[in-house]
Design a protein around this ligand. Structure first.
Ligand code: GLN
Length: 342
């Protein structure tokens, strides 16, 4: 591909590279917008954004970066972090495993008499179990505590898109079936309709591409928000979250992703895709058309190109991990401050 030619010792300024990626892929019309949640089918397939947020709060971005969309499965990453903080690693591991499935995100086929817990927190079964762990004395309190956690990551107020929530709640028969199976096998306790509601609400949280990159940057920054400076996740649990992102975050494409891109990532069916370059930056892409694995088509392309160009694959030892960071340092960017987040 033209864009990737001429790999030198120092990468090009990141901003101009993002712009060239945007131009290169905006006309790529492959993939389908998700429609199994009717409200998602309304998405504009041409929307496209790429955001990079550094650990010191600089932002490089292009496209529809302020367009709001529902976070969907990317929320699973942050809910898992919350469960780890509230219950500790051992208790959470009793409830949800860390084994990649290689199955689609909404699969129920590995839930049976022989399994004691859902495989991992990035597939729907594991995510519903994880969200059911949110503490609180009522559904409202649990929702408020979950929203407060997301607010800390985003750095401003966030809201649930009620139309998408209701749309998924009315049509989420597969997730309901998964929850019933887990109830039957003793993997879930309590009121499963409440657990599903909270899971659907978490998936319907409205974010922008810039928000997602900021949230990823907080993980890259060992759990400290790059702009507010607030601790959003204890560093010991950042390790756990990034590990499951790395092995399970891209569903049945997780192995290919680890091989080709090589950094922890998570996708969602509304077309968001985040990735974390530890100690360097958070990156997000938004583009609604999805491939057969449920990952954003343009999103995967952008990350493959970025990884190849800047050598941020975690095991690309020949590249020394420095290109991306050097390129960020040499570039000028808008520096966000807290007021811009409000
Ligand atoms: N809310 C969606 C679901 O449960 C999330 C799936 C996804 O983003 N992959 O089906």
């Amino acid at each position: 591909m033209q864009l990737l030619k001429g790999m030198g010792n120092v990468g090009p300024p990141i901003q101009s590279f993002l712009e060239s990626l945007y131009e290169a892929y905006r006309s790529l019309n492959a993939g389908q917008v998700a429609s199994y949640i009717p409200e998602l089918a309304k998405a504009d397939a041409s929307q496209f954004a790429i955001s990079v947020v550094t650990l010191d709060g600089r932002v490089f971005q292009v496209g529809d970066c302020q367009q709001e969309f529902t976070i969907q499965s990317i929320s699973k990453v942050f809910a898992y972090g919350m469960a780890l903080e509230e219950w500790g690693r051992d208790r959470v591991l009793e409830k949800v495993g860390v084994e990649p499935t290689g199955d689609p995100f909404n699969s129920h086929i590995r839930l049976d008499e022989t399994s004691h817990r859902p495989d991992n927190p990035m597939v729907n079964a594991g995510a519903i179990a994880t969200t059911s762990l949110v503490k609180g004395s009522s559904p409202t309190e649990r929702l408020n505590r979950l929203l407060a956690m997301f607010r800390r990551y985003v750095g401003r107020d966030v809201y649930v898109d009620i139309s998408t929530f209701l749309s998924e709640r009315a049509t989420g028969h597969r997730n309901r079936a998964i929850a019933h199976l887990m109830l039957n096998f003793g993997m879930l306790n309590g009121d499963i309709e409440e657990a599903l509601d909270l899971y659907f609400q978490q998936c319907a949280l409205l974010v922008t591409c810039q928000d997602l990159a900021t949230m990823a940057a907080a993980l890259a920054n060992r759990g400290q928000h790059p702009i507010t400076g607030e601790r959003v996740l204890r560093a010991e649990y950042v390790r756990d979250v990034l590990s499951v992102m790395y092995t399970c975050g891209m569903y049945n494409f997780a192995g290919e992703w680890a091989f080709r891109v090589g950094i922890p990532a998570k996708s969602g069916v509304s077309g968001g895709l985040i990735a974390v370059i530890p100690n360097q930056a958070g990156i997000a892409v938004f583009s609604p058309p999805l491939d057969e694995n449920g990952n954003s088509v343009r999103g995967v392309k952008v990350f493959e190109a970025l990884s190849q160009k800047y050598g941020f694959h975690m095991f690309d030892l020949s590249m020394g991990h420095c290109h991306f960071h050097d390129s960020l340092l040499s570039d000028s960017a808008e520096k966000l401050d807290q007021e811009q987040l409000l």
